[in-house]
Structure formats: C-alpha cells, structure tokens
Design a protein around this ligand. Structure first.
Ligand code: AMP
Length: 303
C-alpha cells in the first residue's frame, strides 16, 4: 500500500497541469482534501494530511513559500526549502499530488489582484505584520480556484489564519469547508513550527514558556477565573519569569471577531501570544471554553 502510494504521487509545478488533474476529480465527483503549506514539513503538517486522507478521496498538498505573506525580504529568502525531503514524508502518507509551483506561476509578471479580509487581518498578528494576511488570503483564493477542494485543512496553531480563512470562504461563497486541527506539540509543550529550527540551544530551552504561560491561564480559567485582566497578568508573569523570552503581544479575544474581552463568562475565548526568543518570533494560542461551547464532535470552534 505504502509503496504503491509512493509510486503514485506526482509533483506538479504548473497551474495548467493541476487544473487538468482537478477537472478530472470534478468530473468523477471525487471529493478533494487540500492541505496548504509552505513546506519543510513536520508532524503538525502531517496531522492535517492524515485527516485529509480520512475525509477525502484525493489529497493534494501545496508547498509554496508565499512571498506575499512575508514582511521582510530577508525572512522570505532564508525560509527553509526542502522539497525532496517533504516528498519523502508525503508519499507514504497517501498524498496523491504535491503542488509546488514556482513564484511566477502564482504571481505572473504584472499580477495585481488582491483578496483581503479587512479588519480581521489588521488584528493580533496583523499589527506586527500588516500585509501578511492579505498575502495568505490571496494565495489561498488562487489555490482554491485551481484545486476546487471540498475540504481545506488548517492548524489551530495559526488560529487567526483559520478565522480569516473561514470568513473568506463564507463571504466569497467559495465551495470549500475549512477543517481546523489541533496544534501538535513537542513533549515539553512547544508547538511544532518550521521556525523552531532557527532557535539556538538556549532559546530552545526557553521556548516552552509560551505554552506553559497559556496553560497557566487555562488552569486559572478551569478554577473559575473569568477576568481577562487577571488571566493576562498570570500569562505575563509566567513569561516574564523566563529571561530568554520577550513577550511581543498577548490578547484575549472572542473566537470570531477577535475583539478583546474583559469578561470570559459567556463565550469562548482565544488567548493569542507572540514572543521573541532571540531574534526568532514564535506564536501560540489556546482556546478557553466551557463544555457548552464545544460542538457535537467535541471540536473547538473558532470563526
Ligand atoms: P505553514 O507551512 O507553517 O504555513 O503551515 C501550514 C499549515 O500547517 C497551517 O494550516 C498551519 O496552521 C499548520 N500547522 C503548522 N504548525 C502546526 C502544528 N504544530 N500543529 C498543527 N498544525 C500546524
């Protein structure tokens, strides 16, 4: 099975070839599961692929380091690229096609069409990264239009991205369902991220403080604390105790409009944070919710 899958997987680099493949899936009424990534894959990405395999008949993974979502040219250029290794991980996972286009295939010369989810894109991560989400939603729209997936799989690790993607598909009536999967973590709690490889040994030691601090807020919430100010103070205290960490922002918001909350009594709350470990900026988040906010599947619901 594994080897057969491995033999079957094709790496597509051209939009026209991808469209030929996806038109065939359309004709056969085969539901496609799509996992958008920037490559250099880890277990977090693979958890999305596994769910795609479970829910859809065909699985397409895009590997595209999207220049439009990077603020600094340097960050874009130094972002790791490991297509051969990624393909070795994806073939045995039952992926049918990798779409790994060159930049000009997505943004041909003279490209000038942008898709922007206003307001939501300006909050949280959008404060430090003003054009980031515009880049994400533009690339996602192009990919959705090329692939026509029934489901697109995204990680809660990038909670704001999932909320924005859901609004995008709702408002543009894109016929795709965004499926959000839980954050995969190292045993010490650090969320898996491609950026973790930028950390020095000391920074890596310090990095789990981010999730530890979010968990502290969750603990207090479970003990009955509902004041955002008090939870926020607890997170700040925990991160502040780690000299290797510098908090960039911390926000306690609702899970749909991403508006700050004072009181967590009546709704699901999202705590989002970013912190610097040396020059590497890591993000994480946690959802606080009473049982009553869980949906039937037990999945947490943002957006
Ligand atoms: P990226 O390649 O970083 O753009 O991520 C591609 C997808 O993988 C996004 O939907 C991310 O939210 C998701 N992802 C990244 N890290 C994790 C993780 N630790 N657990 C689950 N999903 C993740």
């Amino acid at each position: 099975m594994t080897t057969e899958r491995a033999r079957d997987m094709e790496i597509i680099t051209r939009a026209a070839r991808l469209q030929a493949v996806t038109s065939k899936f359309d004709e056969e009424a085969k539901p496609v599961g799509f996992v958008p990534t920037m490559g250099t894959l880890h277990e977090g990405h693979l958890s999305l692929v596994r769910e795609a395999r479970r829910m859809a008949d065909a699985v397409i993974v895009s590997i595209f380091v999207n220049p439009a979502q990077f603020g600094q040219v340097e960050d874009y250029e130094r972002y790791p690229r490991e297509l051969a290794r990624d393909a070795d991980l994806l073939a045995p996972a039952g992926v049918d096609y990798i779409f790994a286009p060159p930049v000009e295939e997505i943004y041909p010369k003279g490209f000038s069409t942008w898709v922007e989810v206003r307001e939501l894109s300006e909050k949280l991560e959008g404060v430090a990264r003003p054009d980031h989400f515009r880049g994400v939603t533009t690339a996602l729209t192009i990919l959705f239009n090329l692939i026509h997936p029934k489901f697109a799989f995204m990680g809660q690790k990038d909670a704001q991205q999932t909320v924005i993607a859901k609004k995008l598909v709702r408002e543009l009536h894109l016929p795709v369902e965004i499926v959000v999967m839980p954050t995969v973590r190292e045993t010490d709690g650090l969320a898996l991220s491609t950026k973790n490889q930028y950390l020095t040994a000391d920074e890596r030691q310090a990095a789990p403080v981010l999730y530890r601090a979010l968990r502290r807020a969750e603990e207090l919430f479970n003990e009955g604390e509902r004041s955002a100010a008090k939870l926020s103070k607890a997170v700040r205290r925990e991160v502040g105790a780690e000299p290797g960490a510098e908090l960039d922002y911390l926000a306690i918001t609702d899970g749909e409009r991403l508006e700050p909350l004072d009181d967590l009594n009546d709704q699901l709350a999202l705590i989002s944070a970013a912190a610097f470990f040396g020059s590497t900026r890591l993000t994480d988040n946690i959802i606080l919710n009473d049982e009553k906010f869980k949906n039937k599947t037990g999945r947490l619901k943002l957006g």
